[in-house]
Design a protein around this ligand. Structure first.
Ligand SMILES: C[S@@+](CC[C@H](N)C(=O)[O-])C[C@H]1O[C@@H](n2cnc3c(N)ncnc32)[C@H](O)[C@@H]1O
Length: 228
């Protein structure tokens, strides 16, 4: 009896491999901040500018910088990359359908020559230790089945002094978002989630220093750098 509505909810939400409808809405909202900002306020109580600022940081990296975007999803973080910037941008996602969306976004923004799409699990990143100057992880930790291992992997591939930036729905980001978190878990789109304290503890254990976590509505934005 319980299984049938649950199965229906999951098929309505769609899995990552099925290019879920909401992913179109999400990327559209980021690409059209004039309208998207209001949508973010209403849906998750969050200030979209925080995400846009983090994405824009990629555009200030010098030529030759190496960036990892995991999970790249629709390629939302690509908006920071400039045509001709000369960055080696690795876009990683477990779902080929989402990587295809990133490929299309890269083409549209004129940065496809800098972007390499890779199908991989964040829990086992196919990169050497210290391979990246910047690791970006937008709305990822709350989707991963094992956010602890994901964080450790992202820290491992970060070069000394490199920057880890990202966002995630956190368990301690307000009681009023509990229905959203529950629905997300039931639909299968969200994983076990983590709290801001989890992120702080993991950073300390994995050599990520100067960690800041800013909560805005349901979403926490984190920023730290790998100890030199
Ligand atoms: C909410 S989307 C965010 C994507 C992107 N950062 C964005 O902001 O558009 C979550 C993404 O996580 C990916 N994902 C889920 N589990 C993963 C895993 N274990 N390893 C890599 N990617 C994963 C999904 O395929 C999906 O594209």
């Amino acid at each position: 009896m319980v299984r049938r509505p649950l199965a229906r909810l999951r098929s309505l939400a769609g899995g990552w491999d099925g290019d879920p409808a909401w992913a179109h809405v999400y990327s559209w909202s980021v690409d059209h901040p004039a309208y998207g900002a209001l949508g973010w306020r209403l849906a998750v109580g969050s200030d979209l500018r925080l995400l846009l600022d983090v994405a824009d940081g990629t555009g200030r990296l010098p030529e030759g910088s190496r960036v990892l975007d995991v999970p790249c999803g629709s390629g939302v973080a690509l908006r920071g990359l400039r045509p001709g910037q000369g960055v080696d941008y690795q876009a990683v996602d477990i779902a080929p359908a989402m990587l295809e969306r990133t490929r299309r976004t890269a083409e549209r923004l004129g940065v496809a020559d800098q972007v390499t799409g890779v199908v991989a699990d964040v829990a086992a990143l196919p990169y050497d230790d210290g391979a990246f100057d910047r690791v970006v992880s937008f709305t990822g930790l709350h989707c991963f089945p094992d956010p602890r291992t994901a964080f450790a992997e992202m820290a491992r591939v970060l070069a000394p002094g490199g920057e880890l930036v990202g966002s995630a729905v956190l368990t301690d980001s307000g009681l009023r978002f509990e229905p959203l978190r529950r629905l997300g878990r039931l639909s299968g789109l969200l994983g076990p989630l983590c709290s801001s304290d989890d992120v702080r503890r993991w950073a300390a254990a994995d050599g990520v220093v100067d960690l800041e976590v800013t909560t805005s509505g349901a979403i926490g934005y984190f920023r730290g750098r790998r100890a030199s």
